[in-house]
Ligand binder design. Sequence first.
Ligand code: PLP
Length: 447
Amino acid sequence: MTLEELDLKYIWHPCSQMKDYEELPPIIIKKAKGIYLYDKDDKQYIDIVSSWWCNLLGHCNETINNNIKKQLDKLEHVIFANFSHEGAIELTKQLSEIVPKGLCKFNFSDNGSSAVESALKMSFQYHYQTNNPQKTKFMCLDGGYHGETIGALSVGAMDLYAKIYKPILIDSIRIKSPDCYRCEFNKTRQTCDTECFEHVKKEFKKHGKNTAAIIIEPLLQGAAGMKIYPAKYLKKLREICNEYKVLIIADEIATGFGRTGKMFAFEHAQVSPDIMVISKGLTGGYMPMSITITTQEIYDAFYAPYSEGKAFMHSHTYSGNPLGCAAALGVLKVIKDENILKIAQKNAKYLNENINLALKNHKNVGEIRNIGLINAIELVLDKDKKIDFNPKDRVGYQIYKKALKNGLLLRPLGNVLYFNPPLNIKKDEIDKAISLCLKSMEEILDK
Ligand SMILES: *Cc1c(COP(=O)(O)O)cnc(C)c1O
């Protein structure tokens, strides 16, 4: 049997209709370096989506590799209740210096969804233990994505992932989200005054009293199609949340670590969330690790004699895993030593200018939106009327397959193609990715 056949015999791949694999078998990757993946026949692919947005600094980065190798011979894992280790201590110390102001206590999990679960439980329990037991609800934005465990799905508002599970999900309050490309107030990004914030106001008036927390993806709704909304929205959200004593959970799993041009997206709004969740870029895509970070005030509401039963009884076996911490320390070292945020800002400008030059005038490109290095290309059937393609045609998927043939890993969200490359991508690699993207688009759309 070939590797592909063996794969299909045993493996149920994530987020896939396995029947699609009849036509597009799994691509067996043998090795990777920087932005390139190499399959078993040595064909190379540009990984322009950072392998599910986590590969922050390219594949097989020497500094991160060495950090993990060194750690491996010292300590691979230790129970994290009552025990600790240098890596976790050093990592949280360094993170405390770069996270938004006020965030100072670090609770480890091992994937994004689990860290979201931790944040939800923490918010509920915080209110319960500070004489607000009526605050039991969660709010979220339409199109929001926070992971795929039951709790995370309950505050996710993308039918694609959640619809079938509705009967077993927690009922949360969905707020109509900003949609800047198709603004219902007929504003543009330039003329916007966050008119759509009135949807938030309306729901707070109705449900604010009973709401424990609102969870959001700051500035960028990733899975919804890389939808980008203004920082002013977060500022207003901070104000209304203060008024109603609703906690803000910032899901920075996708936006953290320089993806939006600043270390964390919330910095653009110059306010802080009450809880921030990070994963993905945290270990540069090396090890499954996530952290739920909160304030002294929330932490203090759990701090009491054991007999009062106020502890946060939440744990994951791999909490604070030393290899994960070593990877994360490697990421922070590269970011600092190589001045990565500066480089990313330059790259972002170059990528955005050139992607616009190459693609903007194509008849099916409705909008190219960008934040940091993230550039999303929304494909539409009719540009003037912003009419979508028929989802049944799976135009994005056709382009995805074509791009793979051409040596580019694009993996669109519906009909939104996007670039979300490592922050240290090189200019010639950007050029190459853009031209492969255009070629793949033309092969499908202009035939
Ligand atoms: C990826 C992601 C998650 C889920 O993280 P997993 O590690 O896949 O569970 C949650 N929120 C956002 C914004 C994400 O991008």
